[in-house]
Design a protein around this ligand. Structure first.
Ligand SMILES: [Zn+2]
Ligand SMILES: [Zn+2]
Length: 276
């Protein structure tokens, strides 16, 4: 078990924050709004507990799951390089070598300076999970931001409803008002941040694109436009097929972080040329 991965200040901050969020949402705001003894209070606490548990589970998968490294036996395919002579083949192979770790780099793999190795289908290195987001844990990362967004928006709605219904004449102590204002600013700010991040990764999933490929694609599109051509992301095979390739063919398991049987070796990927 790679439990030492949890020895990170960012991970500690996330776990402490989740603990505080859970406690205040259920035992302060919800209890004050509906009472935990009522059936409505029990229903809302059950829903929020489920979302928070799924969020923590996805978080653990993201931290512990290896995003995917390049196997030692990997050799790139040089046939597609239109190289007939040995010299051209050698220069083609050199282009596919990582200049930092000297390993051959499969398509879509990138070198992570923090992990000090090449990561398959690398999206980005995330300090909050103390891990790279890559080929094998990208689905868990999408699930994590989905459950985190739902939980934080739910928590914000409970807080705002409690603030509106609270009898401030009875409980209107200044420090309590300040606490509610501070909690509102944090929760609404986080709802907007996580909502934007979720929207961004839904867009990337629908285009079968990583964050790195988005920025590479912008540059490639600019260069192509200068020569009067159009750039098309090579791994974009249509929105629904893209979602199936990233999240799996079974819609019911799209948000299950451990349902990853559809994930292949990460050394090659279907392209739009093969699909057309
Ligand atoms: Zn490398
Ligand atoms: Zn990394």
């Amino acid at each position: 078990m790679e439990l030492k991965k949890f020895l990170s200040i960012h991970i500690l901050c996330v776990l402490i924050f989740v603990g505080f969020l859970y406690y205040f949402t259920i035992f302060v705001f919800l209890d004050d709004l509906l009472s935990l003894q009522s059936s409505a209070g029990k229903f809302h606490s059950f829903f929020f507990t489920s979302m928070a548990s799924l969020c923590v589970f996805s978080f653990f998968v993201c931290v512990l799951k290896d995003p995917g490294g390049v196997p030692f036996s990997y050799l790139p395919d040089v046939e597609d390089h239109e190289a007939s002579d040995q010299e051209s083949k050698r220069s083609g192979l050199l282009k596919k070598k990582c200049d930092k770790c000297s390993e051959y780099k499969p398509p879509r793999a990138h070198h992570c300076r923090i992990c000090r190795r090449c990561i398959l289908r690398m999206d980005h290195h995330c300090a909050w999970i103390n891990n790279c987001v890559g080929h094998r844990n990208y689905k868990a990362f999408v699930a994590l931001i989905f459950y985190a967004t739902v939980a934080i928006i739910y928590s914000s709605v409970i807080l705002v409803s409690d603030t509106i219904h609270k009898d401030w004449n009875l409980d209107g102590v200044m420090h309590l008002k300040l606490f509610y204002i501070a909690a509102g600013v944090v929760l609404i700010g986080l709802s907007l941040t996580l909502g934007t991040l979720l929207g961004w990764h839904i867009y990337l999933t629908m285009r079968n694109m990583t964050t790195i490929e988005y920025y590479e694609g912008k540059r490639a599109a600019w260069l192509a436009s200068k020569s009067g051509m159009n750039y098309h992301h090579p791994y974009d095979v249509g929105a629904y097929k893209n979602i199936n390739l990233v999240l799996g063919p079974n819609m019911l398991k799209w948000l299950c972080p451990t349902a990853v049987s559809h994930i292949k070796d990460g050394l090659s990927f279907p392209t739009s040329r093969e699909y057309s």
